[in-house]
Ligand binder design. Structure first.
Ligand SMILES: C[S@@+](CC[C@H](N)C(=O)[O-])C[C@H]1O[C@@H](n2cnc3c(N)ncnc32)[C@H](O)[C@@H]1O
Length: 280
């Protein structure tokens, strides 16, 4: 299993240099090249996000994997990498889908998922230890999140809207110029009333420094609640403060939960936040 190195935190190294002078429209091929040359260890943490495991287990009503009429909800992880969080969501009862721009990542994710669904690792569970629920389906697609032309399968097509979307280290992997597209695409694929769950990282990094990862302090709030372009130049406003429910703003999403997770990856230096937004 691959583990992360320190290049994400030092702000230097191979990951940063891959994108430094690359035109934004070629960033997708930059990620695919890194997968093809076996360098996913630059960001891969080797397990599902502990913060997401906890939020799924603790917010059982908000993140109930079943609709009122007993159907499984559909959860999507764009930029899912090896698919750790996709498998974790399926083990907690969702029909879970992972989207990746890299063909190699999709193949790796399919391999990983078939091994983990047969014999799940303990890290997929928190205080529940093992989910009492029968796992949902796991499906991976190759595609660019910013287009609607994915390699669809399993009854999903370009008109499908998902109940839950999860973002971890996808927004921070994108050039700041792509942030508006990120929020527009999130709104495109989320059902009205559906949830966007974000593990906000990195919040300790100066947003003016180059990435990936790009510093995101205040960015989710600006994009989703304020309907901004996600480019933060001054002080972080209301959304940067920890509070549970925020007042309604003009963006496509309304924040309903904002908490500091008790557990997260060490690389976050204790600054990660989990936010849950409802698509209006
Ligand atoms: C920093 S990695 C994070 C992967 C995964 N979320 C994780 O935590 O291990 C970002 C991922 O997004 C994928 N990616 C980048 N741009 C994409 C796009 N436009 N559409 C879909 N996936 C993309 C990359 O191939 C890469 O695997």
């Amino acid at each position: 299993m691959t583990q992360s190195n320190t290049s994400q935190t030092s702000g230097g190294g191979r990951l940063l240099n891959t994108f430094l002078n690359r035109p934004v429209e070629d960033h997708g091929s930059g990620w695919s090249n890194l997968w093809d040359s076996g360098e996913s260890g630059l960001w891969d943490r080797g397990k599902a996000s502990p913060a997401l495991v906890d939020i799924v287990e603790q917010e059982r009503e908000l993140l109930n994997p079943f609709t009122a009429d007993g159907k499984r909800k559909k959860a999507l992880v764009p930029g899912c990498g090896r698919g750790y969080d996709v498998v974790m969501l399926a083990l907690h009862g969702f029909d879970a889908y992972g989207l990746e721009i890299s063909d190699t990542a999709v193949k790796e994710a399919e391999k990983y998922a078939s091994a983990e669904l047969a014999k799940p690792s303990a890290y997929h569970f928190g205080s529940e230890q093992r989910s009492s629920r029968t796992p949902g389906l796991v499906t991976f697609f190759q595609g660019d999140f910013f287009s609607s032309q994915w390699e669809f399968k399993g009854g999903i097509d370009e008109n499908t809207k998902f109940d839950v979307i999860y973002d971890y280290t996808f927004l921070c992997a994108l050039h700041p110029e792509q942030r508006r597209q990120w929020s527009a695409s999130m709104a495109r694929v989320t059902k009205p009333g559906g949830l966007l769950v974000c593990l906000e990282f990195p919040l300790y990094k100066d947003p003016k420094l180059p990435g990936p990862p790009w510093g995101l302090k205040g960015v989710h709030w600006n994009l989703l609640a304020e309907g901004g372009d996600g480019i933060i130049t001054g002080e972080v406003g209301e959304g940067g403060k920890e509070r549970k429910v925020a007042s309604s703003e003009v963006g496509d999403f309304r924040r309903v939960l904002y908490v500091k997770p008790a557990r997260s990856y060490e690389v976050a230096k204790g600054t990660d936040m989990v936010s849950v937004y409802v698509h209006k």
